[in-house]
Structure formats: C-alpha cells, structure tokens
Design a protein around this ligand. Structure first.
Ligand SMILES: [Zn+2]
Length: 163
C-alpha cells in the first residue's frame, strides 16, 4: 500500500512460496506458538503448525491481497487465508481472539522477536509427530536419516508402570 504508515520502527516481512502475497508485522510479535490441533495439522499439511501471533493493528498486507482465498469454519469460529496461486497458508484468525492474527512462522524470512515456546491443543497431537528421537544414517541412501525401531514396549506387568 503506497503511502501506508508504519506503526513501528521495526518490521518483519513474510511471503508465500510463489511470492505473490507479502505481509509484514511490527516486531516484536505478541507471541509465537505451536498448534497441535487436528484442524491446523490438516489445513497446513504438517505435523503441527507454528504460528506467530500479532495484534491485528500491527499486521499489514504488503502485496497480493487479491490472490488470497479464505476458508471459514463457522462451527470452529476460524478463518484461514491462503495464497490461491501456490497454496501457502498465510493467516489464521480465531473469532475468540478478534484483536489477534496468527501467521505461519515459516513464511517469515527473518526473525519475529518471539521464540515459539508455547504449545496449544497437545491432546490432539499426532502420534507420528517427530519429537527429536535419535536418528542414524540409512545405509545406501545418502542424506536419509531414520529412527531405529524402538525396543518392544514394556509389559503391562512391569512394576514401574503399574498404576
Ligand atoms: Zn503464493
């Protein structure tokens, strides 16, 4: 937006994969969080989504707003905006927090002033989420790492795990 006033001296900019849609927030962001909800997992096609939460007043579209497509889940009270050209999720809005917008951390090129230290909806976490288990090189496949099979689960009779 030519002539648009900047609300802060420091901004962090982000863009979708094709570059058509560009946004920015004033930094530091309000917070950053990992969302383990099934809805976000599906919408973003990943184990969990990491968002940067910004006050709406500190958020701006810089370019390509006309390329955005929105999906509103009325029951959940959420609206997700994504680039219709390349499919990149760009914005996640929740009716319960109308003054905030959530932007996928991954679209930002640089720092946002907040580390993602908060986890939401952990009860919905996918059981296939990678949690930092030890990895080893896979023989014959350069660049591929894998998790060695886990040891057999402890028997229910293991006194350590009896209730
Ligand atoms: Zn795009």
């Amino acid at each position: 937006m030519p002539g648009a006033r900047k609300a802060s001296a420091v901004q962090s900019a982000g863009a979708c994969a094709c570059g058509a849609v560009q946004l920015e927030i004033d930094v530091p962001a309000r917070w950053a969080w990992h969302d383990h909800a099934e809805a976000s997992r599906r919408a973003q096609g990943c184990a969990y989504a990491t968002y940067v939460g910004s006050y709406r007043s500190r958020f701006r579209w810089l370019a390509g707003e006309e390329h955005l497509t929105r999906y509103t889940d009325a029951g959940a009270g959420t609206t997700r905006s994504f680039c219709a050209r390349c499919g990149t999720p760009m914005l996640y809005e929740r009716a319960r927090a109308p003054t905030m917008v959530n932007i996928p951390r991954a679209v930002f090129a640089g720092r946002t002033g907040r580390e993602p230290r908060y986890h939401m909806n952990l009860a919905e976490q996918a059981d296939w989420t990678y949690l930092g288990e030890p990895l080893a090189p896979l023989k014959g496949y350069p660049g591929v790492m894998w998790e060695r099979p886990r040891r057999a689960k402890r028997q229910a009779s293991d006194p350590m795990f009896e209730l």
